[in-house]
Design a protein. Structure first.
Length: 502
């Protein structure tokens, strides 16, 4: 078996004429649907691209220099600025003095033996040291775990919490409806039924809810940004712009409200900006944390409305309590398991929208999938081959389509249009979209072949740079999953696994 890095892969051509595909057709009398394209790739989707291996040394930024998120210490709590006595001045009041020295009115009264709140100009008040103030402060009440209902939870809130618990639990079980959002859509209901059909101990709603509650008493956990995380996060760009908060699907979870301040988002990348860096890293810490905890970035922002636009080292996020996607460990070898004839693995693509994985006939994984461009489909049985970790994309030629899509490719087009005329421009040197979590094919590429063949097809299973938008925006590649799902799937798919199209 040749390794993915050693094999020369066939070139795959991504066409930009999408209007004739079945997914883009509209009813008579209505204007055609304009498909969005991943920013920066508006022209590049029309060119020839091939998957190329990358150098492991380029996996991670060389000299990250993030700015720590400061934890400000009030002036009143700095011992060098804290007197032991304070003389009351004209206009003073206990509440104002309390703010000056980070004390409550009750603490001032107790420490000075005052029975009321009246003070006079010139009066000397004793100011406690930090140690004395700490001794006066009653112990904080034990915090209730985030996401757990209290006795005052309304029926509506309890239902939402139960639904969120189920969404997170199923993700932990590798039955996913996509990124965790404020309100799951119809795919979530289908995944619930699918899980119930595959698990005897969750056949009805009550037993499934009990199983989820036992496995997941806390809906949320916390994550603190570390210095090493910034190996995968690009420094903020100068053209970052302020914008309105990103729309949230549904409503924020109970007890969580969206920030009223506008979110700071990065301007869309251009093609030149995509081909310039040595690694296509996360563009913001928000992207990094959202992908690590399998959630939509806009939802993450609703949970952490008080964090700054560009959180730094030490910034603490509240996050869904999933099994985190640890990019720093996701590509540890071996990526694929050894085939076990006594416990055979098979896989299936369901309706071009879901990848199912079975062990000994039992469904163990069901995750969402999306074609990178319209018109892609397969039939009968294919085969899982080897894996290319840290893939990059390379092109020598820029092709422009003058008519319509080509037919007769290994993955057939839904259109029966004639072969197009192409105008081809040869580049003076090969251009690359560097490896990284924001490469259009994500963190790894799984080669596919026709049944009983070991010759890779032009299309594979791979990750994506746009987990929130992969069902909406067109891109480059074949059949994409989120980076966290492809990282889990590859460790269940031995070389030679049959892949059936259903």
């Amino acid at each position: 078996m040749l390794s993915g890095a050693a094999r020369s892969l066939p070139i795959f051509v991504i066409y930009g004429m999408f209007s004739m595909s079945a997914s883009a057709q509209t009813a008579p009398g209505k204007p055609p649907v304009v498909k969005r394209i991943e920013p920066g790739l508006e022209e590049a989707v029309k060119w020839e691209w091939r998957v190329a291996p990358s150098d492991a040394k380029d996996w991670g930024l060389e000299s990250p220099n993030p700015t720590p998120t400061p934890t400000p210490v009030p002036t009143a709590l700095q011992s060098e600025n804290r007197p032991t006595l304070y003389e009351v001045k004209r206009g003073d009041a206990l509440v104002l003095i309390g703010k000056k020295f980070a004390m409550t009115v009750s603490q001032i009264q107790t420490f000075n033996g005052l029975k009321g709140d009246k003070i006079r100009v010139g009066q000397m008040l004793k100011i406690p040291t930090l140690a004395e103030l700490s001794a006066m402060t009653p112990p904080a009440k034990k915090a209730r775990p985030a996401g757990t209902p209290d006795s005052k939870t309304s029926p509506e809130t309890a239902i939402e919490q139960d639904r969120l618990r189920l969404e997170i639990f199923l993700d932990r079980e590798e039955f996913s409806a996509g990124p965790i959002v404020g309100e799951p859509g119809p795919t979530f209901t289908r995944i619930v039924l699918l899980y119930q059909s595959a698990h005897e101990d969750a056949k009805d709603d009550a037993s499934l809810a009990a199983k989820a509650q036992a496995a997941l008493p806390n809906l949320f956990t916390h994550y603190k940004l570390k210095a090493e995380d910034f190996r995968f996060i690009a420094p903020p760009r100068a053209d970052t712009v302020a914008a309105k908060p990103a729309p949230v699907t549904g409503h924020p979870r109970p007890g969580k409200v969206a920030s009223s301040s506008p979110a700071i988002t990065a301007a869309p990348l251009t093609y030149d900006q995509l081909t310039a860096p040595s690694m296509l890293a996360y563009r913001t810490p928000w992207e990094f944390v959202a992908e690590r905890f399998h959630c939509q970035e806009s939802y993450l922002r609703t949970l952490n409305g008080k964090l700054p636009a560009f959180p730094g080292i030490g910034a603490e996020f509240q996050v869904p309590n999933v099994v985190p996607f640890e990019l720093e460990k996701a590509l540890d070898e071996p990526l694929q398991p050894q085939a076990d004839p006594k416990n055979p693995v098979t896989a299936a693509v369901i309706g071009l929208s879901q990848l199912n994985i079975y062990q000994s006939g039992a469904l163990v994984t069901a995750v969402p999938m999306s074609p990178a461009r319209p018109g892609l489909h397969g039939r009968n049985s294919w085969t899982i081959l080897d894996v290319i970790p840290r893939p990059r994309l390379a092109t020598f030629q820029k092709e422009r389509i003058e008519q319509t899509q080509k037919t007769g490719s290994s993955i057939a087009s839904t259109s029966q249009a004639p072969t197009p005329l192409l105008s081809r421009t040869i580049l003076p040197s090969e251009q690359y979209l560097a490896a990284g979590p924001r490469n259009p094919v994500g963190i790894l590429w799984i080669n596919l072949a026709k049944s009983k063949s070991t010759e890779p097809l032009p299309y594979g299973l791979h990750g994506t740079s746009i987990p929130d938008q992969m069902n909406i925006e067109q891109s480059i590649g074949g059949l994409r999953l989120t980076n966290w799902d492809i990282a889990r799937a590859v460790r269940r798919l031995p070389y030679g696994t049959p892949l059936e199209w259903k």
